[in-house]
Design a protein around this ligand. Structure first.
Ligand SMILES: [Ca+2]
Ligand SMILES: [Ca+2]
Ligand SMILES: [Ca+2]
Length: 426
């Protein structure tokens, strides 16, 4: 293309306002160990980290999962066992719902949120007989976790458990059983019925890193400290799961935290004993490849790390001094190179989990709940049938954005009344 023609196109693009948008500030939800408030940190495009806000109520240490639509987060082992936190448009947090009669408090537990944010799977370990109890919940449009009749009990040879939930099949749950050097495969139906498929995948490694999934739910990674820094699993369309690949890098002490990057089939990890962040290539053809790059970190064993939705920044929690922990930010290139931004934020506590909050799905047409391009009586029918019954799962983010007419991050009777008023021209 000629320079002149390129300039003309450039001018047209500028005139139409189609210049690429400036990078936006990212927000990350942080769950500290101990009984503390949840935090939201802002990370600027240059990597500067600031405390944006805190929940008004504390929660107890544990995993925090964030909805793909950026509408809510779920925490476990809280004062009421399972809490759902509404994420308001200004990124403040408020408690939306709690499971008050949750499972009896036991010491070891984990929680998984399906990739479509509709199903929560909780696992609790009972130390009296070393059994596991699984329970499922459906998240509805008022952000309430509705307990389903789905239950399952297992008594495997236990270790420190990690559980994740893929949208494949749907849904397929992977449970790492470090003591067995294995992964168990469970099946969860859209209505929350839990089945042990009986599949046990020998990994030859004690996997202790929380599972992460590609957006299509097909690939999962975990990792550990013996025989596999990264283990890659493929979840097939028929519900079977295979160990596709595993890899050890010449870095001490294995992986502590792993994430797929949203770009270019690269996985990011925190490896070693405070040694380094690293990136590794991954592709469906060649599977796990070489370590691409490393960058310095603190000197502890962090468990909290995440990548922003654009795949341009990573945030890591690590020990940084006597009794001090810091958040570190890194630039990520499309090719997987890591560069410290130079920005850190010190704090006196360690994080159990860290998750970037996905950007809010934009409203395409206010009131067009069924997303067919028009606002009419069919949207009233859709709300009445698909959104308002308490046992219906939360709408997918594009439907939810259009259906939440009053923008208070739920779809309820008020939204239905607003839609009806809009249609009759009030
Ligand atoms: Ca419609
Ligand atoms: Ca609403
Ligand atoms: Ca409301």
């Amino acid at each position: 293309m000629s320079q002149r023609r390129r300039t003309v196109i450039g001018l047209c693009v500028a005139a139409l306002g189609l210049a690429p948008p400036a990078p936006a500030t990212d927000y990350a939800l942080a769950s500290p160990f101990g009984i503390r408030a949840l935090r939201v940190y802002a990370v600027s495009p240059s990597g500067e980290i600031t405390l944006q806000g805190m929940s008004s109520l504390p929660t107890q240490s544990g995993r925090a999962r964030v909805d793909v639509g950026g509408r809510f987060a779920v925490t476990f082992l809280g004062p009421h066992d399972l809490d759902i936190w509404r994420i308001h448009p200004n990124r403040t947090l408020s408690l939306a719902a709690s499971v008050e009669e949750g499972p009896t408090r036991r010491y070891d537990a984990d929680i998984a949120l399906s990739q479509d944010a509709r199903v929560i799977l909780a696992v609790l370990r009972d130390y009296s007989d070393d059994s596991l109890e699984f329970r499922s919940f459906i998240v509805n449009n008022r952000l309430e976790p509705r307990a389903t009749p789905g239950r399952l009990a297992l008594t495997p040879d236990l270790g420190f458990l990690r559980m994740g939930l893929s949208d494949r099949v749907p849904y397929t749950a992977l449970l790492t059983i470090p003591a067995d050097q294995a992964v168990a495969v469970l099946s969860v139906s859209p209505s929350g019925e839990i089945t042990d498929t009986g599949q046990r995948i020998a990994t030859g490694a004690r996997l202790t890193v929380p599972l992460d999934f590609t957006p299509d739910g097909r690939w999962a990674i975990s990792g550990g400290s013996v025989n596999a820094d990264i283990a890659l699993f493929e979840i097939h369309g028929d519900g079977t799961v295979t160990l596709a690949d595993s890899i050890i890098f010449p870095i001490p002490l294995g992986a502590r935290a792993l994430r797929f990057l949203p770009l270019d089939n690269i996985a990011l990890g925190f490896f070693g004993d405070g040694l380094a962040m690293g990136t590794a290539a991954f592709s469906p053809d060649s599977l796990l490849g070489d370590l691409i790059d490393t960058a310095p970190a603190g000197f502890s064993g962090p468990e909290a790390m995440d990548v922003n939705p654009a795949g341009t920044l990573a945030l890591l929690d690590d020990q940084s001094g006597a009794g001090q922990f810091s958040l570190y930010s890194y630039f990520l290139s499309p090719g997987g190179e890591l560069t410290p931004t130079g920005f850190t934020l010190a704090k006196p506590f360690k994080l159990a989990d860290l998750q970037f909050i996905p950007p809010r799905t934009p409203v395409t047409l206010t009131g067009d709940a069924n997303v067919d391009g028009v606002v009419d009586a069919a949207d009233v029918v859709f709300l009445v049938n698909e959104a308002l019954p308490d046992d219906k799962p939360i709408l997918l983010p594009p439907n939810f954005a259009n259906a939440d007419l009053d923008q208070d991050v739920d779809v309820d009777q008020d939204d239905l009344e607003a839609l009806v008023a809009m249609l009759v021209g009030e």
